[in-house]
Design a protein around this ligand. Structure first.
Ligand code: GUN
Length: 296
């Protein structure tokens, strides 16, 4: 008979994010008392994608909570790339804006790479630019990719050590999987396996994970039979699933089939309330850092 983890610890990202926001609030108040610049985050939102609007609302609310200044810049989904790049130029040089983000996804006629690479790395608080991707392995890091750093911070605050452990990252995206696997290896000293859509026999790899991190965007991809007993499972997936049974007409679903996976885990993040709130906490931390870099 195998040992089974029918009792697992739920990793509460909301609680940790609230803790971090409290710490940021104190630092903002200190800056205010010392007459220093108050962090200012600008958010560029193109079009009216419902999910993006919700995420942006959460980011604005978080700025208000910690006492940051913020500006929401909205554009129609018909905006040309040239116009948007010009606007980014303006924000890049606006002395009052310490950091800014361009909310993704963008309409198909806009190149995500052209647009994110146009952001000044010192103001790139999502950590999307190639310079900040390089921050992960740099002796002179600027701003770390925000969502992956949020995951690292969540592990740290739950005392989940990664050194020498086998971390399996499912998903190799430019924004999450790829930078996160680098951070786990570089900063976390973990042995890292990266799986993606070309991986053959995914369960063979996921079953080896001491720490399984999934960032794909396919609800229910990971089922109980794919997880080792006692593993830590971090679910970065947040897919909006619509249905009349849900309040507001939709719900958020992770990549992990919670019902079959949770009983096998030692610890697991829920969706919502796991990694999502950490992404925002991490964005705020980067904005504070960007401010400190410019106005010590
Ligand atoms: N869309 C989904 N997640 C993110 C994020 O972390 N930053 C931005 N800018 N857009 C997103």
């Amino acid at each position: 008979m195998h040992e089974t983890h029918t009792t697992y610890t739920l990793i509460d990202g909301r609680r940790v994010a609230a803790e971090i926001k409290k710490e940021i609030t104190v630092r903002v108040q200190q800056r205010k008392a010392e007459g220093k610049k108050i962090p200012h985050l600008a958010i560029i939102l193109v079009g009216d994608d419902g999910a993006s609007q919700t995420y942006v609302d959460h980011k604005v609310k978080a700025c208000k909570e910690v006492g940051f200044h913020y500006t929401l810049m909205r554009f129609a989904d018909t905006i040309t790339e040239e116009r948007l790049l010009k606007h980014i130029d303006q924000v890049n040089t606006d002395p009052d804006v310490d950091g800014f983000i361009v909310q993704l996804p963008l309409p198909a006629h806009l190149s995500v790479e052209n647009i994110t690479e146009h952001i000044r790395p010192e103001k790139d608080v999502d950590g999307f630019t190639n310079r900040n991707f390089g921050s992960i392995v740099s002796k002179n890091p600027l701003l770390l990719p925000a969502t992956p750093n949020g995951v690292m911070e969540l592990l740290k605050r739950y005392n989940i050590t990664t050194e020498g452990k086998h971390c399996v990252v499912v998903g190799a995206s430019r924004l999450v999987g790829a930078p996160l696997s680098m951070m786990l290896a570089e900063h976390g000293r973990a042995t890292v396996t990266v799986c993606h859509k070309y991986t053959r026999n995914l369960p063979e790899f996921t079953r080896q994970a001491d720490i399984l991190i999934v960032a794909v965007g396919k609800p229910g991809l990971i089922t109980g039979d794919m997880v080792k007993e006692g593993a830590v499972v971090i679910d970065v997936g947040t897919t909006r699933v619509e249905g009349p049974q849900y309040k507001n007409g939709y719900t958020l679903k992770g990549d992990v089939d919670f019902v079959s996976v949770a009983p096998r885990c030692s610890m697991i993040t829920p969706v919502p309330g796991g990694v999502g709130p950490m992404t925002i906490a991490s964005l705020l931390l980067n904005t504070l850092r960007a401010t400190e870099l410019r106005h010590a």
